[in-house]
Design a protein around this ligand. Sequence first.
Ligand code: ZN
Ligand code: ZN
Length: 263
Amino acid sequence: MLVEQIWTGNAYRNFNYLVACPETGDALAIDPLDFRKCLAAAAERGWNITKVLNTHEHGDHTGGNKGIVSATRATVIAHHNAAGRIPGMTEGVGAGDVIRIGKTVELQCLDTPGHTMSHICLLSKTDIPALFSGDTLFNAGAGNCHNGGHPEELFETFEQQLEQLGDDTLIYPGHEYLMNNLAFTLDREPDNSVAQQMIHDYENQDPANALVTTMAQEREINTFFRLRSPGVIARLAEQFPEMGDNPDARAVFLKLRELRNSW
Ligand SMILES: [Zn+2]
Ligand SMILES: [Zn+2]
């Protein structure tokens, strides 16, 4: 499986992706907002974009569909419940469906509500375990729930699906928010030495050549996977004594999501 992470350089800091089969050169474009950059990257590598996958219905993920389709006649795949809200959508998918690219790439669809209620993450279980996580999971962070989502559903997605991923799974998110998210992690857990080190190492990174984290790293630096960390709980308990000393993971997640909204 070949993966090209494309930095759009726009104000929303979107990442677009091409995922290609090394044998046939067929490629899937994920959230190809900057369709010109995606088409140029495919042409440069000799890849042929045959499918588009929108992780969800927001315009910063679907806005390039038309440009890709008119240049390639690719099909457009998204969550079946997003039908009618995505320009040019031709195929709906749900949990467990598999998207095949060329001869060698198989991506399993995860139904991951929370950021919106029609959100798909793609999981590759072939040679390189990888998750294309859209706006559900970011490096060191979680998606917001302001535009059609629900924090309770996002918690369930994290707890029941993302937490289950193997430590070596590579994380390919829909936006580049690493520094901001690490700063929030340190606000919640000032003595998190892994997050401190990562801020130090990557504060000047070029988003066009960004760090790709693993699930093992996310478990260390992403507050939304650290719901049982004594440090996270103690700091919340200081600020919100009504939560008590032993809050459950759901209560911790919801409070963190709320704090991140106004942070
Ligand atoms: Zn979104
Ligand atoms: Zn987005």
